[in-house]
Design a protein around this ligand. Sequence first.
Ligand SMILES: NC(=O)c1ccc[n+]([C@@H]2O[C@H](COP(=O)([O-])OP(=O)(O)OC[C@H]3O[C@@H](n4cnc5c(N)ncnc54)[C@H](O)[C@@H]3O)[C@@H](O)[C@H]2O)c1
Length: 312
Amino acid sequence: MEKIIVTGGCGQIGSELVALLRQKYGNENVVLTDVQVPNFHVQEIGPWEILDVTSYESLKAVFTKFKPTKIFHMAAILSATGEKIPQTAFNVNLLGTRNILELAREFELPQVIVPSTIAVFGPETPKQNTPNETVMRPNTMYGITKVSIELLGEYYAQVYGIDFRTLRYPGIISSDVKPGGGTTDYANGFYFDAATRTKSTCFVSPETILPFMFMPDALRSIVELSEAPQKNLKHRSFNLAAFSCSALEIAESVKKYLPSFEFEFVPDHRDKIAASWPQSIDDSCARNEWNWKHEFDLDGMTEGMLKNLKVL
Ligand SMILES: NC(=O)c1ccc[n+]([C@@H]2O[C@H](COP(=O)([O-])OP(=O)(O)OC[C@H]3O[C@@H](n4cnc5c(N)ncnc54)[C@H](O)[C@@H]3O)[C@@H](O)[C@H]2O)c1
């Protein structure tokens, strides 16, 4: 029987991942951890712990108590917030992951899954159809910590035999929890503003193109990667994609379903971060090695988001 710890379990992806894993493995077998206290309803469903991943001792206490077979390490400081507090981003992202890998070694934890990001790429990376292996010279603290995490995880796999796996998420769009300080938050913003009938102000320029994914695909992908037979995997770090679109195309997709939707573009410093990232991703390694297939395109996602937010 699996015993799973999720770090960052109150976050945008972590909170929905905990719910999905609990459906799959049973409420009592999935431990939600975060520096934040989960809401009262979530507290009642299954085990949870306050846990700061920068504290080796606190992590060790949680490992000792629950004896996990697998960890989904979702806790992180994202790109835009990371530029405001780069030392904290370094500590949480890189030292937090080093703590988890060290404890995985000590406790002989079979598997460590850590999401990575398209922010591992940088201005010198080819922007179209970015390959799995290419130039990785990011210029944000977030990207720098995530490249280092990929390399560190691969080192622990090679030297200590830990089954480390990671996928490079594009911008993730979801309706349950508002996003937590990433550069792609503007895309979520269109939908949340549409739900409250507020004019949306987008912080990147209309022609900024980035790869995106709807949350159901993001959740399915990380679970499928975790369950993929080791013998089929030639890589440990995977590009992952669904669709790419400009900021204007997202706003127009919302307007197609909600003609009264109004929006404007007031680009700020985050447009520069977005401009340093790939516009489209070659995820053929994920598709070939563990059969990755996305389900939602832009309009499919818009329809799903607006239904979830009770606009449709
Ligand atoms: N959301 C996206 O679009 C996106 C895209 C690419 C990659 N990712 C990756 O997916 C993972 C989850 O992202 P998310 O969007 O859910 O982020 P989020 O910001 O919504 O959630 C992160 C969670 O980590 C927690 N946290 C922060 N510091 C902590 C600490 N010291 N110890 C323990 N918990 C701490 C926060 O309280 C928060 O609940 C991250 O690794 C992120 O890099 C997300």
